[in-house]
Design a protein around this ligand. Structure first.
Ligand code: AGP
Length: 610
């Protein structure tokens, strides 16, 4: 997720572009840049690092001109660097582009353009846009952009300027947000509302498959077929701070509700005609066929994602999987060799214990693969293969959307391994892929279910004062229970423990009493009846039980005191919808207790020390 801005008006564009990028920095902050039209040329300034570094550069020498575009980057293709920072230019440096999204077919397009003599200066997918527009450009910038977009597969919110059209910005949107702030004879393009609030509260929303032409006389919306679209602007009532959170009270809540997008973006471009395409893993079929053991190594929430992947890989690939807490892994003398695949899961890509575990595995001759949300992170640079989650920046310290994206990425890897090792039938594989493709809608349906959300809030209000919780589950419900306990602990500071439900009778059941709420992950699966038995065990000891159950479960209400229903999925994929209520209940309890959910005490977003 990146942020794009544009300005056209009477003021100097440079300072306005920089200021407006500040309102989008929460969308990405590994590099930034601006391009300003200045008497027949494009003046581009780009810098690696946070926006403050670009600011320093612009303070020394700011481009002159009143029309320009800008970008703050969250790398998806091409490590963070000045050369990969936007804006990107065509060969003649007469077309500048900023882009938020993923061009899924950039490889073949780049090869075609190179064959046609274009020279590339970056590793990004976005630069393809600048050269495509150049290829189609004669003297009509709008038409060149429109034609270039017919070649693009993927998502985009983009803005384009060209010195031959000094009073024009052409922009377009598909699957990535884009708005236009309407000032007095000046206009502000942006990925999101925070960027324009300092100038105007009148905002025109650009919808998917639309283009927008900004000129000194106003803003014209068009369909990709060129038809003009009339749309009333909206009046924004948020302040800038709230707007960065898109109106949510906290980044954590916003990120929970961004999970359908995180799923969609992590899936994007990785399934073609029902087949999983993970060339980015840089693993040959021979490499994959040689694997006779998998280790998954991670910390905290990422460890829970790894636990879910153990069920997926062992069920679908039939290869043994060991799952290790990273801080324990390298000290227990694990048995690895060149037929071992070690998967390191880390949203930050900087967790010291996970990094050390991956280095240890490499020393032992294992193939290493990283699942991370940060392009260019240390773990991504050191692993043999990387599969990025595309959840966008996660500002809340408590991992939510990155967990869901990690699970999706690990499911994709499991399916990729099963395809190459032919361990699943074509029908079974197709069924799983189809369900994965619907997972964003499944989670969206849950987040849109106002009844279930109200039940979560009521539950949180009722139990926010409790001092101990137990979370239990079986199968993939077990890592979900552990994650529920971790979420509650880390943002509400309430003591909570997650257990395999079958383990209660071996000690933890001594803790059970009325004052200890129990959350049972009881979604449908082959061990559902055993979870029901465990619920009955604790109910016999006066426990209050909340069950997380499948939407059409007609039995659970007879056993649990309260039930929150989640959309039914196949058992191994049920971890995705099942974890969402636990995230929200923890959030509501923490808010009720007046905790700072985005920055909980004692925690950091990335633990870079052992
Ligand atoms: C999760 O909410 C916590 N913030 C923490 O457990 C986190 O998952 C853990 O530190 C691992 O971080 P990583 O994914 O960046 O490696």
């Amino acid at each position: 997720m990146c942020g794009i801005v544009g300005y056209l008006g009477r003021q100097e564009a440079g300072p306005i572009l920089l200021n407006n990028l500040r309102g989008l920095e929460y969308r990405g902050y590994d590099s930034a840049g601006v391009a300003v039209l200045d008497s027949g040329r494009i003046d581009v300034v780009r810098r690696l690092g946070k926006l403050a570094i670009l600011e320093e550069a612009l303070e020394k020498e700011c481009p002159v001109g009143t029309v320009g575009i800008g970008h703050t980057r969250w790398a998806t293709h091409g490590a963070p660097s000045e050369r990969n920072a936007h804006p990107h230019l065509d060969c003649k440096e007469q077309i500048a582009v900023v882009h938020n999204g993923i061009i899924e077919n950039y490889h073949p397009l780049k090869e075609e353009l190179i064959r046609r003599g274009h020279t590339f200066n970056s590793d990004t997918d976005t630069e393809v846009l600048a050269h495509l527009i150049e290829m189609y450009y004669t003297d009509d910038l709008e038409e060149a952009v429109r034609t270039a977009l017919t070649r693009i597969e993927g998502s985009y919110a983009l803005a384009v300027v060209c010195p031959e059209h000094p009073d024009l910005i052409v922009a377009a949107r598909k699957d990535s947000p884009l708005i236009v702030g309407l000032g007095k004879d000046e206009y502000f393009l942006a990925s999101d509302i925070p960027a324009v609030l300092a100038h105007t509260k009148d905002v025109l929303v650009v919808e998917d498959n639309e283009m927008v032409l900004v000129t000194p006389t106003g803003v014209v919306l068009k369909g990709l077929d060129g038809t003009v679209i009339e749309r009333e602007p909206i009046k924004v009532t948020w302040d800038a701070g709230a707007a960065e959170k898109s109106g949510y009270d906290d980044f954590m809540l916003k990120e929970i509700f961004e999970q359908p997008t995180a799923i969609r973006e992590t899936m994007r471009g990785r399934v073609d005609n029902g087949k999983i395409i993970l060339d980015e893993l840089r693993m040959t079929e021979a490499d994959i066929k040689r694997i006779d053991k998998v280790f998954i190594v991670a910390c905290g929430t990422s460890y829970h994602a790894g636990m879910v992947a153990k069920y997926a890989i062992e069920s679908w690939v039939r290869v043994p999987v060991e799952i290790d807490i990273a801080s324990e892994f390298r000290y227990r003398n694990p048995i690895l060799d060149d037929k071992t695949l070690m998967i390191a899961v880390s949203q930050s890509g900087e967790t010291a214990d996970t990094l050390a575990g991956m280095r240890y595995a490499r020393e032992q001759g294992a193939k290493t693969m990283a699942i991370t949300n940060v392009v260019g992170s240390t773990i991504s640079r050191e692993a043999d293969g990387v599969l990025y989650t595309h959840a966008g920046p996660e500002i809340g310290v408590a991992a939510t959307k990155t967990l869901i994206a990690q699970m999706i990425a690990l499911y994709l890897i499991s399916l990729y391994l099963s395809t190459i090792r032919r361990s699943l039938s074509v029908e079974d594989e197709a069924e799983i892929v189809d369900e994965l493709f619907r997972m964003d809608e499944i989670v969206q349906g849950l987040l849109d279910d106002t009844r279930q959300i109200a039940l979560m809030r009521e539950y949180a209000d009722k139990h926010a004062g409790k001092s101990d919780f137990l979370f239990i589950g079986r199968s993939v419900g077990y890592p979900v229970a552990l994650e529920g306990a971790l979420k509650l602990k880390e943002i509400s500071y309430i003591h909570a423990e997650g257990y395999a439900a079958g383990e209660l009778k071996h000690g933890p059941i001594a803790l059970v009493e009325e004052s200890v709420p129990i959350v049972a992950v009881a979604t449908e699966g082959h061990v559902y009846d055993k979870v029901i038995s465990n619920i009955m065990e604790v109910k016999a000891r006066d426990a209050n039980v909340l069950a997380i159950a499948s939407a059409d479960d007609s039995q659970i209400a007879k056993h649990a005191d309260e039930v929150i229903y989640v959309p039914r999925t196949s058992e191994i994929l049920s971890a995705v919808p099942a974890v969402v209520p636990l995230q929200l209940i923890s959030y509501y309890i923490a808010k009720k207790r007046g905790c700072n959910v985005d920055q909980p005490r004692n925690l950091a977003k990335s633990v870079t020390v052992e």
